[in-house]
Design a binder for this molecule. Structure first.
Ligand code: FES
Length: 105
């Protein structure tokens, strides 16, 4: 069953260079704005559950505020420095000022 895109935020909620926590059903997600391009991955760090929306955006990755694991926003892959289980990745669509997400199959 394919999912539909669902509105989770407005573009004004996520200025360039920022992170925002949103929920989509049961999923806890962090949206990142990298120079006007939006990414979304699961926000509970797979190392020890810190909230990635409190991490630091660097290029196209988030560094977890907990212990410094790096999460690739394009692939959901994490390293600490060994690989961690990947975060789910969400497709992002911008429609006017709406940000919509859909879990990547
Ligand atoms: S909880 Fe994220 S690096 Fe430890």
């Amino acid at each position: 069953m394919s999912q539909e895109f669902v509105k989770v935020a407005s573009t004004s909620d996520v200025p360039s260079g920022s992170l925002k926590a949103v929920d989509l059903g049961q999923d806890q997600i962090v949206i990142a704005n990298v120079n006007g391009k939006y990414y979304a991955i699961g926000r509970e760090c797979n190392h020890a559950k810190w909230d990635l929306s409190e991490g630091e955006l660097e290029g196209e990755s988030i560094t977890c505020a907990g212990h410094g694991a790096k999460w690739n926003l394009k692939t959901g892959e994490g390293s600490f420095p060994m690989p961690l289980e990947s975060e789910p990745v969400y497709d992002v669509k911008v429609d006017g000022s709406d940000i919509l997400l859909k879990k990547r199959e």
